[in-house]
Design a protein around this ligand. Structure first.
Ligand code: GDP
Ligand code: IMO
Ligand code: MG
Length: 427
């Protein structure tokens, strides 16, 4: 048995898709366990770019089992569109298994996401407006519709009727917008059900059998530690659990079945959406990183906020997920910068903070304490051995390792599969 969880350590878009795609070659099963199509994972294979929102990145290999676990919220139209776009590119999608316990994103979830954001005004979260939060709200309030319900016409119609009545009332009375027509939604979703039926199954049982059979399982986190509902920068978070522990709940496997946790760390920091970001660069350097790194969202196209590498964030991610190794990505984007900074601690009201603050008021006011390191001029994207990296590049990532207390497992120097330097075997 060997199973590995890959998670984001920062605010998302660290390059989880690239690392999962790279490791998936050795895996038998690849599993998404939380989030939904708020995720955007870009994978580059032989120069061709694939943007995945809902399907596990393992789908790009033939003969892998790809699981969308119970913890994921599924917009059926998005899943079918993504499947079709893969099939049109000649990709075999027959290995897909979708959990019968996963919750379904309904049209009123998407609309509620929009009107709730609007009504927040200055307090908006900056959500992706994909209906993620409202779908998880229904799951938690025990009103949600699961895949198993969608597959059963009678059950689905009953739950839809009940939900629509409540949601149409809420939309009209609180937000002043029109709701949805029962017949129309019913017909639309029953057609999705028909098309998705072959994939829907008990995925926890599939995983149990795979683990028993000594297969290698790779868990693909979406979003990241600081977007975690409990451990992130609440309320500027998503509504699921991207940390490693989320894999157990969102896939139905026990903690004893997880062997290794890999934290993906972008060599600098980015964030989309609102909320405090201590090392944010609102100057020319931030702009340079954004342009050089094409830091625009995969899902919404929004410009990503850019800043220096924050070791306080990585250290925190390290212990809430028990990270064994870091996979450091996008080192190449920093090539040519004269000097680099790593934030190693936060100062608040003249005192060094020992812990990552829970209070956003505090986080918004901390003063990042930086260590300045010299940059490197040599391009790194063609380097394949750790010892061939420029000395200053090695010093930079080794300093991150020292200050965060996490070992280096992988260094990525480009989006391609081959642009990956391995220091530790993960399976
Ligand atoms: P994810 O959401 O964590 O999977 O990350 P995204 O796919 O949203 O954003 C990461 C972007 O960086 C994608 O376009 C990747 O193809 C790209 N990428 C990943 N690793 C590297 C790297 O080491 N260097 C460069 N230049 N790009 C990378
Ligand atoms: P990947 O998997 C970056 C952010 C949104 C917003 C907050 C809540 O590609 O790393 P939501 O729609 O989830 O309710 O939005 O979370 N967010 C992400 N930011 N990468 C993502 O996914 C994200 N998924 C959600 O921008 O701030
Ligand atoms: Mg992304």
């Amino acid at each position: 048995m060997s199973s590995v969880v890959v998670i984001g350590t920062q605010w998302g878009d660290e390059g989880k898709g690239k690392i999962v795609d790279f490791l998936a070659e050795q895996a038998n099963v690849v599993v998404r366990y939380q989030g939904g199509n708020n995720a955007g994972h870009t994978v580059v294979v032989n120069g061709a770019e694939f943007k995945l929102h809902l399907l596990p990145s393992g789908i790009l290999y033939s003969r892998k089992t790809c699981v969308v676990g119970n913890g994921v919220v599924i917009d059926p139209a998005v899943m079918l569109k993504e499947l079709k776009s893969m099939q049109d590119k000649g990709i075999d999608t027959s290995g897909l298994k979708v959990s019968n316990r996963a919750h379904v994103i309904m049209p009123y979830h998407r609309l509620l996401d929009e009107v709730e954001e609007e009504s927040r005004g200055d307090r908006k979260i900056g959500t992706t407006k994909r209906g993620i939060g409202p779908c998880y709200m229904d799951k938690n309030s025990r009103a949600g519709i699961r895949m198993v319900d969608l597959m059963d016409e009678e059950e689905f119609c009953e739950k839809l009727e009940y939900n629509l009545e409540a949601k149409n009332h809420l939309l009209k009375a609180v937000y002043g917008v029109e709701g949805f027509d029962y017949e129309q939604v019913k017909q639309e979703y029953l057609e999705y059900a028909r098309q998705l039926k072959p994939y829907v199954t008990d995925t926890a049982a599939v995983l149990h059998a795979a683990i028993k059979n000594n297969e290698k399982v790779l868990f693909e986190g979406a979003q990241a530690t600081l977007l975690d509902l409990d451990h992130g920068t609440y309320p500027y978070v998503t509504s699921s659990h991207p940390i490693a522990g989320g894999a157990c709940i969102g896939a139905g496997v026990g903690p004893t079945q997880i062997n290794k946790v890999i934290g993906v760390v972008k060599a600098y920091t980015t964030r989309v959406g609102e909320g405090p970001f201590p090392t944010e660069l609102q100057d020319e350097i931030g702009q340079t990183i954004r342009e050089r790194g094409h830091e625009y969202g995969t899902t919404t196209g929004r410009p990503r906020r850019c800043g220096w590498l924050d070791a306080c964030v990585v250290r925190y991610a390290g212990y809430v997920s028990g990270i064994d190794y870091m996979a450091i990505t996008r080192l190449d984007i920093l090539d040519g910068l004269k000097t680099l900074k790593i934030c190693t601690s936060y100062k608040y009201k003249g005192e060094i903070l020992n812990e990552f603050p829970a209070s956003l008021k505090v986080l918004a006011q901390v003063e990042p304490i930086y260590e300045e390191l010299p940059g490197w001029d040599e391009p790194t994207s063609d380097i394949r051995k750790y010892e061939d990296l420029p000395l200053n590049a090695r010093r930079y990532i080794e300093r991150l390792s020292e200050t965060s207390g996490i070992g280096i497992g992988i260094v990525s120097v480009g989006p391609g599969r081959e642009q990956t330097i391995i220091l530790e075997n993960m399976f």
